[in-house]
Design a protein around this ligand. Sequence first.
Ligand SMILES: Cc1cc2nc3c(=O)[nH]c(=O)nc-3n(C[C@H](O)[C@H](O)[C@H](O)COP(=O)(O)OP(=O)(O)OC[C@H]3O[C@@H](n4cnc5c(N)ncnc54)[C@H](O)[C@@H]3O)c2cc1C
Length: 382
Amino acid sequence: MTPHTSSADAVVIVGGGFGGLFSSLAVHRQLPDCPVVLIEPRKQFLFQPLLYELLSNELQEWEVAPRYSQLVSNKGICWLRDRVIGIDRLTHTLQTLSGDRIPWGQLVIATGSKPNDFGIPGVREHGSGFCNLSDVRYLRQLVQGFHRRRHPNAALAIVGAGSTGVELSCKLADLLEGKARIHLIEMGDSILPNSSAFNRERANAALERKDVIIHLNTSVTRVEANRVVLREDDAIAHQGLVWTAGNQPDFPCLQPPPSIIRGRLAVDGDLRLQGSTDIFAIGDTAITIDHPVPATAQVAMQQGEAVGEAIATLRIGEKPPMFQFNDRGEMLSLGIGDATLTGLGITMAGPLAFQLRRAAYLTRMPALSVGVRSAAAWLINR
Ligand SMILES: Cc1cc2nc3c(=O)[nH]c(=O)nc-3n(C[C@H](O)[C@H](O)[C@H](O)COP(=O)(O)OP(=O)(O)OC[C@H]3O[C@@H](n4cnc5c(N)ncnc54)[C@H](O)[C@@H]3O)c2cc1C
């Protein structure tokens, strides 16, 4: 069935996260008369960098997870609440889970990534992730449980000391108020391997202040209901485990199969899928061969903006410009009322950095809530 919502002329965007939402707004801005279809199964956009503030109630759900009906539907962008299960590059159509076959003029794949447990037994059964609203609800219950039931050796394990593991440890330590110890387990020899030395130093100091126990050079071999088993046949008892140790790209089946590098869709410098003239892939799911960029919201949003311009250029018969990432630095939340940031010529930590991070909550995108606009202003300005 071909719904009247799409035509062979439409720009169709698959996935409404950072890359997809910003592409759809940018395409609509550049080409106001062109039909734009955004296909996304969730009913709410999720601003993941603010999930910690949602967990601590410093921000509310409507600020961190506004509904697509408010974000795009009233802007002339057609939002289809569906999941794409297959993309046929030869017939220029895609297949959705609900059975629709949808044609496109240009296609943008922005389906993001999903947690990677690296096949370690028990992670899925006994651990939670920290990337969506149900994870936040689960962790809120866990924190409440620790407050209700006093347990002499209460402990929470967080696996992975990248930014998510570190930020979450800080926030949970504040919320737990000493009712449970937090073990932060990392297989590498330092926390935050990709961060600036300043942010790493400030984060180490915050974790120490909050009594978070850091286990470096420590690999997890198995997760059980109440203990996490380490390489040396050592184990840590826990009453809750959060897995933040890695992500893997997530995209629907494409035919003919595309070129894949490190599990991600290989794109050229102008963000078009290798060997394709009218399919773009952006965000966590894509990799540029010559100039690899990190899998972050900052990159996905800038790529989304760039795709708007690229498609407008293609439609007047010209070659799209090359994408250039403008690194705006990094802001890390270090618990309630605390943050560290480096970027835009600023290096700062403590309550003032927290205020600045909040102050970055000033406008850039009129379509979004104040909270989203704010952080987006920091991430996207070019
Ligand atoms: C807790 C947390 C904190 C973070 N903090 C930061 C930060 O401070 N700074 C930063 O730059 N980055 C941060 N990140 C990383 C950032 O969120 C990701 O890099 C970013 O979301 C990637 O954008 P994306 O558009 O590629 O994917 P996403 O934003 O994940 O969006 C993908 C979308 O595609 C949809 N989708 C998936 N499959 C299909 C399908 N088959 N059909 C249709 N739709 C589909 C999904 O439902 C989802 O809405 C954080 C991540 C997490 C989890």
